[in-house]
Write a protein that binds this ligand. Structure first.
Ligand code: 2BA
Length: 111
């Protein structure tokens, strides 16, 4: 019975391996195709309902599989002057291995 909901935002490159490992270990997961607000590029959000006892196993798998990477993003800069001119310039950011939210499950119902 899931008592916690793990919402894990991971990089697309890690998503397939992560799902495969979670399935191997008997977890159920839902994969959502999502977009990061800052880079505006695709990432993957997984919803995983887990029991109290299996919670740390799931977190351990996420930590083991997901890797942080450097990515180049294009950031708009406002130029000076009377007109509203924008110029894009590349910036490098480190995208974390996984951003994880943990929520308590109030009810779990399957019809
Ligand atoms: P993005 O929003 O595309 O962000 C990608 C990376 O860009 C971030 O990696 C961070 O290194 C950098 N970044 C994000 N916002 C920034 C800002 N305002 N100024 C400068 N750099 C910024 P992570 O922090 O590892 O985040 C990876 C992805 O996880 C994010 O993709 C977003 O989809 C999600 N995320 C991270 N924190 C979140 C939060 N508090 N709420 C919801 N989603 C979050």
């Amino acid at each position: 019975m899931p008592t916690k909901l793990i919402i894990a935002i991971v990089q697309d490159e890690d998503a397939s391996r992560l799902i495969a490992e979670l399935m191997n270990e008997g977890f159920s997961a839902t994969k959502l195709a999502t977009t990061g607000g800052f880079l505006r590029s695709g990432n993957t959000t997984l919803l995983v309902g887990v029991s109290e006892e299996r919670f740390s196993v799931c977190l351990g798998i996420i930590e083991k599989i997901c890797k942080s990477r450097r990515q180049v993003a294009s950031s708009p800069v406002v130029m000076g002057g009377p007109s509203d001119h924008y110029m894009n310039y590349p910036i490098e950011v480190t995208v974390g291995s996984a951003t994880v939210f943990v929520l308590s499950v109030e009810q779990f119902i399957k019809y």
